[in-house]
Every structure is written in structure tokens, then in C-alpha cells.
Design a protein around this ligand. Sequence first.
Ligand SMILES: *Cc1c(COP(=O)(O)O)cnc(C)c1O
Length: 503
Amino acid sequence: MAGGVAGPAALRPLLETVLTALAAGAERRGGPLAAGDPKALAAEVGHAVHAPQASLATLTELLAHGAADPADPACAAHLHCPPLAVAVAADLAAGALNSSLDSWDQAPAATVLETELLAELAALVGYQPQQAAGVLTSGGTESNLLGLLLARDRALRTPHSRPELDGVDLARRPRIYASRAAHFSVQRAAALLGLGERAVVPVAVDADQRLDPAALAAALAAGERDGETPVAVVATAGTTDTGAVDPLRRCAQLAAAHGSWLHVDAAYGGGALLSDRLAPLLDGLALADSVALDWHKFGWQPVAAGVFLVREAESYASLARRAAYLNPLDDEQAGYPSLLGRSLRTTRRADAFKLLVTLRTLGRAGLGALVDRCRELALAAAELVRARPELELHREPLLTTVLFRARPPAGAPAGRLDADRAGPDRCETDGLVSDRFNAELRRRLLAEGRAVLGRTELPAPVPGVTPGSVRLKLTLLNPHTTEADLARLLDTVVATARELGRA
Ligand SMILES: *Cc1c(COP(=O)(O)O)cnc(C)c1O
């Protein structure tokens, strides 16, 4: 067992095994990911898993060899950060002790630590820590669900009926307003909450993918005219694809004017709160009724380190639960606190611990320096893209994502699948050629183990540029990456694009 006085002695040699295997696996990989296609990897893993000598050592080496490692500068596709060593070490302690936050008697110190951390994060967001409340979550998906659950329970309750008890009265025509660039988990949450995905009203965005406040005002006014119930406005602080930040203050005003909850999804942009330079981008965040933050994205924590916060602890009323075996009333009256009513989950690991240790080790300033460095790298990457005629930059980065594409060489084919979609329109064909070329380019980089780039599609055509919506994406979250690494990475992209063009 890992716990108890004897636990560490049992763990130590195993840790040595794990660390040795991690190093060997990374060395064998020799890059951001192992070369080969999914079939080749599946065969290798299948073989190793069933080998008679399969063990902690061989399987850990396999896991490392077959990983896409965000600590490599050429692994920059997603909001997938390299975790800090100190955070991983702290997480080991949380794992060894196996505290569970659903009752005080499974996690005495961890219960207090989580509460302390949440008060600190509430202050960071601009809430009054004494009034706010929250919980650690599995991530933005769970935080968005929790925010919309509490919003639903507030918006749809009547003197005679409560949605958490009686279900949703769809005659009230509940609606959630979110921009077209908002995360898909908003629709998922609407489905889970019994509102249906179609309850989410898509609000137009501007050329920078920011929610258009005039469109939100019009949508809310139309809903009011039609007798709909505004459950929540969801604003995004840092969209997944481009890092766009919605106009939070304006969203808060409009939500308030219509009696609606405002939930801000800051799963990505929340990291900006750590930097004096970038925090002003999130102006108005404190006006939100609830906020989602994800420290396993722009916060260098191992998964999972999601945080959900509400401005007023009373908003949690509909989630309160009394379970005789976890939080009996007399225990609570005797001074034993319970976090059971804060979470959708019951058993819950001490994810707050690694984050608290990180904050104490680096401080907000230390983390802010990492945030600023990643943003600097994004600006440098944009410059490097601009300097390469084979590449085309989408837009100047706001946070740490850089969208661009490779220009296909003249005469590249539109491809079999796309030929069906291509109309007689020359422009459309050019767009399909570009889309297909960039999609293939990214797959080739993956298959050859050279780079892990993101790929996305712009929701609307950009005026004044060649059509085609597929873009490659760098999500720069590794503060140890250098400008030289970025130049090398973009040279690799250009060289691979040339090879692909010749093929
Ligand atoms: C990543 C992301 C989510 C989902 O968060 P998970 O931690 O993956 O559950 C939600 N919203 C935004 C804006 C995101 O970038």
C-alpha cells in the first residue's frame, strides 16, 4: 500500500522504476510523438500489453514512447499543457493518500485546503471570497454543466415547482444564449439538463470570433417577445480555437437586463488572471454569476484541475444533499464541514492540492511570468509565420494560439471526396484545395512523428482572403519553448508542405 508509515518505502523503488522507464520511453520516442499511423501504434501496444514480461517498467516505457508529449516544443496542438514537476509530485501525494472530498472523515486536511484554495481563486476572479463558493471539477465540461444547472434551477423555479425535484417545465421555453464560437459542452449541458441542445441560441460573432453584443441584445429581446425564459447567457473568455474573449461587461449588462444568469467559460482565458499584463483582457469577469477555470490548460497542472466558482454561495441551494452516511446534520452542527453539496460527483480526488502547492511554490507572479512568456512566444510565432511566404497567418494572436495555413502549390488536386462538394465556382475549388492540403499536411506531420499541430475550421469565411476554412493551429503553452524551436517547427511545416506538393 502507498499510504501509512511504510507506504513511502514501498513506493520508492517503484518510483525509481517509473522514472527510469519515463526517461527511456521519451528517449526512444525522440520527438513530440512516435512516428507511425494509428494501426502501427495499436499493434505495438496490443503486443506489449499481452507480452508475458509486461510490467510496470515495460508498460510505463510503452506509455511514454507512445505519448504525444506537450513538453516537446513541436507538440502544440491543443490546450494540452506540459505539467510542472512540482505539481506532478504534489499529485503523487494526493494519489498515495487517496483522500476523497465527499466527506470530512475521508479528507480532513484536504477539505480545508480545497476551501482555502477556492477562496484564493475567488479573489483572483474578483469575487468576495466570503460570499463566493465553488468546487474542483474534472474540467470546463463539468464546470459548464454545473453553472448551467444552477442557472436552470434559479430561472425555472416557481412557488409550486422546482426543476431539480419536478423536472423541467418546457412550456416555459428555456433558452441559453452562447456565441457560435462557444465550447460544444454548452450544448451537451443543455441536453443533460433536459432543455435540449436546441435550447442553446447561437449568437453571431465578429471577425475576431468575439460574441457580437448587438446580436445578443437582439436575441434576448426576441426571446422576451416570444415568451421564452432566459436561463443563462454564456460568455467565453478565451475561445478554444482562437483565444477570443467575449465582451464580458456588455454580456453582464444584457444578462442582468433580462434577469438572466451569466456564466463565463474562462477554461482557457482564466490563465490570463495570473498575469498583470493580460488580466485586463478579462475585465468584467467579477460580474459573472459563475465562472469556469481550467488549470490543466493555461496553468501547467496535470489533468484534472478544473475549478467552478459562483459569486453567491446561496446559488448552490438546489445541489444540497444530505446523505446519512456522509454528512449527517449533527456532524455538521458539531463543526465537521462537508463539501458534498458543492459537486456533481460523490467520490472526488484532492485535485486542489497540486494547484495549491504550485501557487505556493511559484506564486502568482511566477505563474504570471510563464503566462507572459507563452504569449510572447505566440507573438513570435505569428511573426515567423508572416516571414514565410509559403504560410499565411490568420490573425494576430490575442492569447497563445496562432492560426495559420500552408498555401497549396499551384495545381494541387482538390481530391476525390472534395470534388463532390466542389461547385463550378473557381473560388470554391481553391478553398477545397487549401482545406485538403492543410488537412493532409497535418496528418503527414503526425505520421512522421515530426509535429503535433492543431487543425480547426473557421466558422465563417474571412473576407478578402482565398476561401477555405481549414486552419492549422499552434497552441503555445510551453514556456520553455524558444523562438529557435518555433522557427525550426515552422521550417519543418514548410519543408513537409513542399514534399507534399511534389507528391
Ligand atoms: C477545453 C475547454 C472546455 C472543456 O474543458 P475540459 O477541461 O476539456 O472539460 C470548455 N470550454 C472551453 C472554452 C475550453 O477551451
